[in-house]
Design a protein around this ligand. Sequence first.
Ligand code: ZN
Ligand code: ZN
Length: 341
Amino acid sequence: MPSLRSRISLALIRKKLPEIVAADPLGDLDDGLHVAIVGSGSPLPDEKRGNPCTLVIAGGKVYVIDAGEGASETINRMGIDAGLIDCLLLTHFHSDHIGGLGSVNLQRWVAEGSSTPLKVFGPPGVEKVVAGYNAAYELDRGYRVDHHEPDVDPAIGAMVAEEFPVPADGESAVVLEADGLVITAFEVDHSPVAPVVGFRFDYKGRSAVLSADTVYSENLVRASKDTDLLVHDALSEELLTMVSRAQTEAGNEARGKILADVLDYHATAPQAADAAQKAGARALAITHIVPPLPLKGLEEVFLAGAPDHFDGPLWLASDGDLYSLPVGGGLKRSNLIGRRR
Ligand SMILES: [Zn+2]
Ligand SMILES: [Zn+2]
């Protein structure tokens, strides 16, 4: 005989299941441009922050920008139906930005059933990454198609690479235009890693810019002119240097060196604020936070006075954050994790 507790749990889940399956958190959104932070962390293991991934939601469609490990799990925790994903855009091919591609594709395929293959837009290199994922998942696709035919189209599981050229320095180029949304790309500076592009999203008079991984970049400042929201990467020199030294002193010299190398290819929080100020951005969210901040009090150390560099609101992004820019004006900030169930 099952315990009373297990019988109550089963009855509860039976009652709630139809509501959970039918939930549509995007149905409540105003017409506008919405930026949802899925992963606000970096490749460094972080209990609070996942690998980089951001969603842009406009015109009822979801666009995924980068998909680090764990992206599909967090998208699910945010209550967003993977079947709404229109396409994926990659800023560059560092592992923390592509490690979750296979799972995002699978979850979308399952949610959407037999529809269209997932397009993955990116600068040169995207074909290699997508071909690699498609090869690695070929057996899995075969198992699933054999098992679920004839209701699932066998061709659906593989992703399709859509390469675009990197715009010349000082220029932006449209990579996608659909349902009132215009997505433009511009080059940023994450050297020695290249190519790396940031993206600007314009929808019905509202705009947002995602910096990707970059140091302070004049190209980004130009592309972010008067934007409603700049989402910029940042690291703390003080904290990262401290962690790097601690690793070296503990005898982990390779780890210490790798961490020290990270210092020169990301902006600091004050530099991100300088970029936002110079661009005339109206709000700034800082993401790709390096290193992890296990104590709340370290957030001020991480910011290193950045709010003094920027006149608008400035936030450290968290996983699940939703920045909503309704058509007509305003900015609303909320968090989608834990709200649904
Ligand atoms: Zn990177
Ligand atoms: Zn990164």
